[in-house]
Design a protein around this ligand. Structure first.
Ligand code: ADP
Length: 191
């Protein structure tokens, strides 16, 4: 069992790289952004609650996110491991995830952090906004807000995993395939 936290700012390529990782290692994908968007589409109470935060580029409150992940994991059968994408985004979420996974005797194996410059992120997100239909990708001030929230609330999560000796930084600019190869090296070392 290998449990990976895929980390990085909005637009770093977490979704793209997740696809390859899931296929190669047969992992179960937990993307909190995708889960919220699914709730939104289905018009659930959770989706309605999350929407105001998401549209503004702010974080959904910790307990809401943690309960959603908890529910998702409880409903899973036997699996090879997880890739967490866009979660944990605060230290409180990281602590809750540790509690959850340690409680199942399947701790987090490592964090893989995709490193991309701010200018490149804004460019990628605005470009994605042309086709994604995501409100939060279409407005430069919302994108800037997401990056600011990332810097203030999410970067401390990297330190949390650094302190546990689980942090691995990967250059996130370049060919998708060569970034993927570097990610695989980190994962293979943990198998
Ligand atoms: P991106 O990484 O491109 O910003 P995501 O799809 O991961 O986008 O998330 C979109 C939005 O969903 C976030 O801006 C936030 O409002 C909400 N969200 C997703 N994951 C979390 C989380 N772990 N904690 C709080 N809010 C979250």
């Amino acid at each position: 069992m290998v449990n990976i936290v895929l980390f990085g700012p909005p637009g770093a390529g977490k979704g793209t790289q997740s696809e390859g990782i899931i296929k190669k290692y047969q992992l179960s994908h937990i993307s909190t952004g995708d889960l919220f968007r699914k709730h939104l589409k289905e018009g659930t109470a959770l989706g309605k609650l999350a929407q105001q935060y998401m549209d503004a580029g702010n974080l959904v409150p910790d307990q809401v996110v943690i309960d959603m992940v908890d529910d998702k994991i409880k409903s899973d059968g036997k699996i090879n491991g997880y890739i967490f994408d866009g979660f944990p985004r605060t230290v409180a979420q990281a602590e809750a995830l540790d509690k959850l996974m340690n409680g199942k005797s399947t701790p987090i194996s490592c964090m893989i952090a995709l490193e991309v410059s701010k200018a490149e992120l804004v460019k990628r997100l605005l470009n994605r906004g042309k086709t994604s239909g995501r409100v939060d990708d279409q407005d430069e001030s919302k994108i800037q807000n997401r990056i600011t929230v990332y810097e203030n609330e999410t970067i401390p999560v990297a330190n949390y995993y650094k302190n546990q000796g689980k942090f691995n930084g990967i250059q996130g600019i370049g060919e998708v395939d060569s970034i993927f190869k570097n990610i695989c090296k980190v994962i293979d070392a943990r198998l």
